[in-house]
Design a protein around this ligand. Structure first.
Ligand code: ATP
Ligand code: AH0
Length: 403
């Protein structure tokens, strides 16, 4: 038998595994690297986050990704080169982290590599009559990560979800369900990344078929793009200072909300392909706000993100406006302006960070891919959301051997 297959077989039968989760999200701020120890699998999964670091992308890396990111037309040569280049970059980032942590790569059992989403195309978004399907593309090939690190790597998690009838996202529900279901309360796990999304978790003794995750609309993506356009020296509106100094422009907000995505049924996914500069400029034109000051723009975009979350949360809890616990994660959870707006739109909710559940908010997405890899190797397809469209019960991740 192939020695790597023997190793994988051995790993699958062990009581615990060391798995590095890698996530590079829509904000292009860097690569999140989470070294996890995962004991057991399925409902018995126990997680210890042993190390976490975000390896920041330098300006050259950001610029390279932006050449293709969410763009309808790109150079095929450039995309091909970037796929390999990013895989190698991610492999080096893992080795750098292991060196800093003084851990031998041989002590790591698996890498779970999300890669970089460069284009997300659910059917409701691309609306092409010649392609009646959902599709999504992540690059930073897993073979390069495996060969570059010498560690067996699982990657390209989203294709199976699409193949089985999903939109390829959000995948958070599968890991959230295993790690964070509670016997005491129903939960929303709200991730405020470039795109905002949440997982609805019924109580652990409740009906697992009702668990699901959905995108809710923009999180930080339009805020970051707006800052970059007005103040190129700033990466984002730190601590929401500029947004807090502005006032919501109701006309612009109404124009932004006048998009079918916000009324579409759950679960749904989206990306910067939709919520990008063209969408924003069209809404500004319709509301005659092309010369709105930066502070008011940001205040309005914060409001948009919060309204998107609140509308989806109310749809998730349609029949029960009961108090609900909302646990935040992702970069937007550090933005007081966004948290203030969310509190106003969901006054019945209790907000806290996922940190108090033992999952640091900045590491959560990388951890979730480690959990998916753990299930792919040692577990079963996670059965949630049965009866809902677009939430297939599948195992996810393709295996790359280092040699
Ligand atoms: N202190 C802060 N104040 C305001 N905003 C912040 C702060 N820290 C982070 N952010 C926001 O969070 C963003 C990064 O978020 P995060 O890393 O969760 O995104 P991502 O994982 O790339 O996105 P996605 O989950 O959509 O893939 C930054 O670009 C910024 O907009
Ligand atoms: C296609 C894609 O990469 N989607 C991301 C993105 O970033 C946030 C949101 O949009 C979410 O749907 C998803 O990531 C998380 C990790 C998920 O799949 O749960």
């Amino acid at each position: 038998m192939n020695a790597h297959l023997t190793r994988l077989h051995h790993l699958a039968s062990q009581p615990s595994r060391h798995i590095i989760g890698l996530m590079s999200g829509t904000s292009l701020d860097g690569l999140d690297v989470a070294l996890c120890r995962l004991d057991g699998h399925g409902a018995g999964t126990q997680l210890v986050l042993e190390q976490f670091h975000t390896v920041p992308y330098d300006e050259d890396t950001k610029a390279r990704i932006r050449q293709v990111f969410a763009r309808e037309q790109v150079s095929l040569e450039y995309l091909t080169l970037l796929n390999a280049w990013l895989g190698q970059l991610h492999a080096r980032a893992v080795l750098d982290c292991l060196k800093i942590w003084q851990i031998n790569p041989a002590e790591v059992d698996l890498i779970a590599s999300h890669g970089q989403t460069v284009y997300h195309a659910p059917q409701h978004q691309h609306q092409r009559p010649d392609f009646a399907l959902n599709a999504t593309l992540q690059i930073g090939d897993g073979d390069h990560v495996a060969v570059g690190t010498g560690i067996i790597t699982l990657s390209d998690f989203r294709q199976k979800h699409v193949a089985a009838g999903g939109e390829g996202a959000p995948l958070a529900a599968y890991g959230d369900f295993l790690l964070l279901s509670s016997t005491d309360e129903e939960r929303l796990l709200l991730n405020l990344g470039g795109i905002a999304n949440f997982t609805y978790l019924p109580r652990a003794d409740g009906d697992a078929r009702t668990a699901f995750s959905t995108d809710t609309g923009p999180g930080n993506t339009l805020l970051d793009a707006t800052i970059r356009a007005h103040r190129p020296e700033l990466a984002y509106d730190e601590d929401g200072r500029l947004a807090l100094a502005g006032r919501v422009h109701e006309g612009l907000l109404a124009a932004l909300l006048d998009h079918p995505f916000f009324a579409a049924p759950l679960p749904k996914t989206t990306g910067p392909e939709l919520f990008g500069p063209a969408y924003l400029e069209a809404a500004q034109q319709r509301s005659a706000t092309l010369d709105l000051c930066l502070e008011d723009m940001l205040a309005t975009l914060v409001e948009l993100s919060a309204v998107g979350v609140a509308r989806a949360a109310r749809a998730a809890f349609a029949s029960r406006p009961a108090p609900v616990a909302i646990y935040t994660s992702g970069g937007g959870a550090h933005n007081p302006a966004l948290l203030e707006a969310l509190g106003r739109h969901l006054p019945e909710a209790r907000f806290a960070s996922t940190d108090i559940l033992g999952i640091p908010g900045d590491a959560k997405e990388a951890i979730l891919f480690a959990v998916l890899a753990n299930e792919a190797v040692a577990g079963q397809p996670v059965a949630i959301g049965a009866g809902r469209q677009r939430v297939p019960a599948v195992g996810m991740g393709k295996v790359s051997f280092p040699g």
